[in-house]
Design a protein around this ligand. Structure first.
Ligand code: HEC
Ligand code: HEC
Length: 345
């Protein structure tokens, strides 16, 4: 090949390479952001009809989720507390850590299958997925920022103004667009490909221990942790004694009903292997401790009747249930490229 030929070849190769890298880096296809309701799942409560899914809006939501620009001093992003490896809970942190290392009063819950929830937070204090981020954004101990200020910062940021323009074909940056794009990102975090799901679909097998665990789970736990979401969206007192230093009365704070005091949202148990520590205050580090709790007859007067029915679980039964719970880990969800940090490749 002559010199000219080599240059042409090199240029062609680099164009090809650049477009390939761009493809890697960017954007999602329509297919990436399609809502697929997993088999056996009910109709979602949040249905995207007022917030039609689009690759651009999802990409914007992803960028915002990972960007500390949403906090006052650019120290804290949503991901600071909601980490992908932990199904978007905060691995190994009992209570949430926010701006200036301020410690909150509750454990960071996982973000998964949010569109099937009717309310959010441990006490159900928020009833809309789009509104939910206002809480951490404005909380003085989480991100300590305001939406008007975020809008100013985004407007001054070249990357964001270009992205908004690309998506909306105009230069408007407002709260609605910010919150809706975040809801597209968190709303598509759907976990439904664990070994449990594959077993149910006849595509995987369970060991005898896992099978025994499932039978026990159905008998003792699924009245609240209802399949396939592993929550019935209710508030219950599961018998853990209140931590007097936190004095968190849970649902009662929202409804002002004494009968709701010390009730908390039944959490999903999907990806439970990764979302430790457990309970609204992160008091238990290990599933073994959780099982010890459920097995003790030492519950208080307001403990839910379903908990009292569990009774003593022997050592083998506790191990069987834990073996079953570990089948709820969804490796495909935990490693889903759509939810990775766009700044870290
Ligand atoms: C400082 C840590 C922290 C930051 C930052 C944070 N969160 Fe959270 N998040 C929490 C805690 C703690 C809860 C539970 C709060 C409660 O129950 O009172 C929560 C709850 C949620 C929930 C509801 C989960 C459920 O099971 O009800 C969603 C969704 C969520 N956060 C999304 C976000 C988004 C989006 C951002 C960024 C705008 C964000 N969070 C920033 C700590 C944080
Ligand atoms: C009466 C309803 C009810 C029953 C029955 C029940 N749970 Fe729970 N479970 C809850 C509630 C409510 C919480 C959250 C309590 C809190 O944080 O205050 C919870 C929390 C948990 C957690 C911690 C989840 C997290 O993300 O922090 C695990 C694990 C768990 N339950 C497993 C089980 C197992 C295993 C059984 C059966 C042996 C069971 N549960 C039976 C209501 C129930």
């Amino acid at each position: 090949m002559n010199k000219k030929g080599t240059i042409v070849l090199l240029i062609t190769l680099s164009i090809f390479l650049i477009s390939f890298i761009r493809k890697l880096d960017n954007s999602f296809s329509k297919k990436d952001v399609e809502l697929k309701i997993p088999k056996g799942f009910p109709k979602p409560n949040y249905d995207f009809s007022e917030n039609p899914l689009s690759p651009g809006k999802f990409e914007l939501g992803r960028k915002l989720f990972y960007d500390p620009i949403l906090s006052k001093d650019s120290s804290t992003s949503c991901e600071s507390c909601h980490q992908r490896v932990a199904a978007f809970a905060h691995i190994d942190h009992a209570l949430s850590h926010g701006i200036d290392s301020k410690i909150g009063t509750r454990n960071v819950p996982a973000i998964q299958n949010m569109i099937w929830r009717d309310t959010y937070m441990w006490d159900g204090g928020v009833n809309n997925l789009e509104i939910q981020p206002l809480n951490p954004i404005t909380s003085p101990i989480e991100m300590n920022e305001t939406l008007p200020n975020i809008i100013l910062k985004l407007k001054a940021n070249k990357g964001y103004s270009a992205l908004f323009k690309k998506i909306y074909k105009d230069t408007v940056i407002n709260s609605e667009r910010i919150l809706k794009s975040l809801a597209q990102f968190t709303g598509l975090m759907i976990s439904a490909n664990s070994r449990y799901d594959k077993y149910k679909a006849g595509k995987d097998t369970f060991s005898i221990q896992e099978k025994n665990g499932l039978v026990l789970f159905k008998a003792k736990c699924s009245s609240c942790h209802k399949e396939p979401l592993f929550t019935d969206n209710s508030y219950r007192n599961n018998g853990i004694l209140p931590d007097t230093s936190l004095n968190d009365i849970g649902r009662g704070k929202i409804t002002n009903l004494e009968t709701d005091n010390y009730k908390f949202k039944v959490p999903s148990l999907r990806n439970i292997e990764m979302t430790f520590p457990y309970m609204h205050d992160g008091r238990y580090k290990k599933l073994k401790e959780v099982l010890n709790h459920y097995s003790s007859s030492n519950h208080n007067a307001t403990t839910d009747a379903e908990i009292k029915k569990i009774g003593e679980l022997n050592d083998r039964e506790r191990k069987d249930i834990i073996a079953f719970l570990l089948t709820l880990t969804d490796k495909e969800f935990l490693s889903d490229k759509r939810f990775t940090d766009p700044n870290r490749k």
